[in-house]
Design a protein around this ligand. Sequence first.
Ligand code: NIG
Ligand code: FE
Length: 431
Amino acid sequence: MTTIITNCGEIAHLSIGDITKPISGHEMSDKESLVYAKDNAIVIKNGKIMTIDQNEVMIDEFIPWYTGGNITNDSYNIVDAGGKAIIPGLVDSHTHLVWSGDRYNELSMRQNGLSYHDISNLGGGIMKTVETTRNTEFTNLLSKANDRLDIAISYGTTTLEAKSGYGLSNNTEDILLKVISSLAKNSQCNVFSTWLGAHDFPSNKKRSEYIEELIEIQLPNVYENKLAKWVDVFCEPGWFSLEDTERIVNASHEVGLKSRLHVDEFVDSNGLKLASELGSVSGDHVAFSNDESRNLASKSGTMQTFLPGTPYILGKKIDLPIQKCIDEDWNFSIASDFNPNYSSLSMPFIGSLLTHRLNINPLTSLVASTRNPASTLFESDEMRGSLAIGSPADLNIISSSYIDGWCQTPGINPISKTMIDGEIVNSNKTI
Ligand code: NIG
Ligand code: FE
């Protein structure tokens, strides 16, 4: 079956240079090299992009009888983009997808002056979600996670990383990772799993005891049963120290698990520096990291992943140094950080925070939501995140003819149709 998307508006192909590597600096907004002008068509064969060329030429060559509209026959599946723009499938490289419970009471606590730390010390925060998650059966967790994944797909996400971390015991972390494995097997979305046993300390154990459990019991279970590709640690004063993080990550690296870490979310504790020294693929949050750490991350190939939804929801100023990353040529990505405290799976909204709040170019924000995070998730020979010839056709048709429209409708979904491996997996009404 050949699929042809006719009558395209702008196409953000993002396929310049080595597509397994991120794009940095002012190249991220170089429209001439990253975007095709309108009036092209995309030809897809066996789920992969075969050609992108002028609409009329492609119609003449493949479907000379075609006069417009969506048509499916024995040989062709024709999708009429109606002049709308095409962007790669969005890649959400940081989510806490699997948990149950309800923490919406915490907003008023914050508004009354309590901090994230205070709420946690009062029995809210991560530990509250751990309690409800532990009391939820596998099938219920799976069904919730599945619904959330469908929501993410409806916002154009075609690749998603999901972490455990609300179990905090071998048994429950195992269940959460098996939920993610089941999603990965059964969804068309590309789902990746990260073990975050080191998200917090369970109340029934001493800190040192729990770290021993992580290394001696949970880690062997994760790698022997191939439950995750990465380890993550919440490296932050009050949670896991630099020393704890180093121990857990080194033990994980020894058995072949790579790392992506929560660092410098509330203060600069040199977490990003440690992530770079350890060779982590990504340091996430990085709101307070110092410039020396950022420079080091760039040199060592550790992606800085900003999660602007978190300060947004915590009522803090969103003053992330993203423009500085661009000016300094430091690689960066953005992701949702979906979690019980930040319940949004919309990458277009994250793009809006960058463009509308930090004055970042929409194309730059798109690169940070597609090709750059993909380079931290996929092996080189299976790379996605751009619309390069030969790549799997993971893409979105959006509601605007300009690719810039991908992140300019906060609260309204800009995604019209989503394709994964050349198959339409979702359609939405759009404005
Ligand atoms: O990335 N900071 C650690 N983990 C999550 C929040 C977890 C929670 O509040 O439940 C985050 O922001
Ligand atoms: Fe997180």
